[in-house]
Design a protein around this ligand. Structure first.
Ligand SMILES: [Zn+2]
Length: 142
């Protein structure tokens, strides 16, 4: 009986440790890497570019999920930051997916592109960027 309990405990411990490592790994990964892992079907050979700050990772993942739900065959031509907002260009033009893309862009203006916080976020600068107060103060932000 005790042996079984020890095994169950060790197994549970391994699951917890593995998920902690997984979480740390995912945090380090770029937006490109996590989307490529979770939603590979969104990529195609003619993709122009794909990338933005890690602060928008959650928003991008949520948006990808919504896009695929609306159209399982959809592909992303380009994903980038422009004038402080998240821009996603798709291979097709449909009202439903355009709405999702617009909503993601509006949402991105409230989230720091570097750290992902929603506190003290402003859209400004001579090179317009959406950053929180703390990240904007960093001299190495770009
Ligand atoms: Zn920040």
């Amino acid at each position: 009986m005790n042996v079984i309990l020890v095994f169950v405990f060790l197994w549970m411990l391994m699951v917890v440790v593995a998920s902690i490592f997984r979480y740390i790994d995912r945090r380090k990964m770029s937006v490109y890497e996590v989307v490529k892992e979770d939603y590979p079907s969104l990529f195609h050979n003619n993709m122009i570019s794909f990338g933005c700050g890690k602060g928008w990772k959650k928003l991008v993942l949520k948006t990808c999920k919504r896009l695929l739900k609306a159209n399982p065959k959809i592909k992303i031509d380009q994903l980038k930051e422009k004038f402080g907002g998240l821009r996603i260009y798709l291979n097709v033009y449909e009202p439903e997916t355009e709405k999702i893309v617009d909503e993601a862009e509006n949402e991105s203006f409230k989230i720091c592109e570097i750290c992902g916080t929603r506190r003290n976020v402003t859209v400004e600068g001579s090179w317009v960027k959406t950053f929180c107060k703390r990240c904007r103060a960093r001299p190495d932000w770009w």
